[in-house]
Design a binder for this molecule. Structure first.
Ligand SMILES: [Zn+2]
Ligand SMILES: [Zn+2]
Length: 226
């Protein structure tokens, strides 16, 4: 059944995912729909990417995150939210090239040593069949010729979906969620995730990586809530 759906998805990708007009060839969207995607919050906090008038938002000043900067491509609003949800929950794997292509337009800092996608807990991976962030990270790592490391960090805590929790609970939920089996002494790491909401998951992962020696962590996300 999944296979059939994947085949149908592949066939339909010549047409725009959103409006069925002819897609532009390299993505699953037409030029009009591409131009209408909601831009990332701006002006925004350099550290967490949230909408802010100062370089560092009040939240980051109060609780300094472990990651150093955030690059978001879009705002998490219609139709980007629909595309991402479809990609994640409807096996629309063909959308990963479109999403990766769009994220790629965010120039990756030349000092990035390694790319790490947000790990999924094994039980969530089994349920979904693929790690949405890993699929996007693979394309970006190849394009930029940067090493991809999807095995050193694992998610050891099977947490309830962050979207079901209040912001304070999200932080508690993520405590000790990750384990890292490698050292990243003085490395600049780019973390890839699909959606950033409060940043609690990225922050927990960044903390683990800083403890493993990383000197700088940059988050690259497809979409950021304002
Ligand atoms: Zn369209
Ligand atoms: Zn901030």
């Amino acid at each position: 059944m999944v296979k059939l759906r994947q085949i149908l998805n592949t066939i339909s990708q010549q047409n725009c995912f959103l409006c069925s007009a002819k897609a532009d060839g390299t993505t699953c969207l037409c030029q009009d729909c591409l131009g209408g995607l909601p831009p990332a919050p701006s002006p925004s906090c350099l550290q967490c990417g949230a909408s802010a008038t100062n370089q560092t938002c009040g939240q980051c000043l109060k609780h300094k995150p472990f990651y150093d900067e955030t690059h978001a491509r879009f705002s998490y609003a219609y139709p980007v939210d629909t595309i991402i949800q479809h990609y994640k929950y409807h096996h629309a794997l063909y959308l990963h090239h479109t999403l990766a292509g769009l994220l790629q337009e965010k120039v990756m800092d030349a000092t990035v040593d390694i790319i790490i996608p947000m790990p999924l807990h094994p039980s969530r991976l089994k349920e979904r069949g693929f790690n949405q962030s890993l699929e996007i990270a693979k394309v970006i790592a190849k394009q930029h010729n940067i090493t991809l490391d999807s095995t050193s960090c694992t998610r050891i805590k099977d947490t309830p979906p962050q979207s079901s929790l209040a912001p304070k609970e999200r932080i508690k939920n993520m405590k000790d969620a990750f384990d890292c089996q490698a050292t990243f002494t003085d490395m600049h790491i780019a973390l890839i995730d699909d959606v950033m909401t409060t940043g609690a998951s990225l922050n927990a992962l960044a903390k683990t990586l800083k403890e493993a020696g990383a000197s700088k962590i940059s988050c690259y996300v497809i979409a950021r809530t304002a």
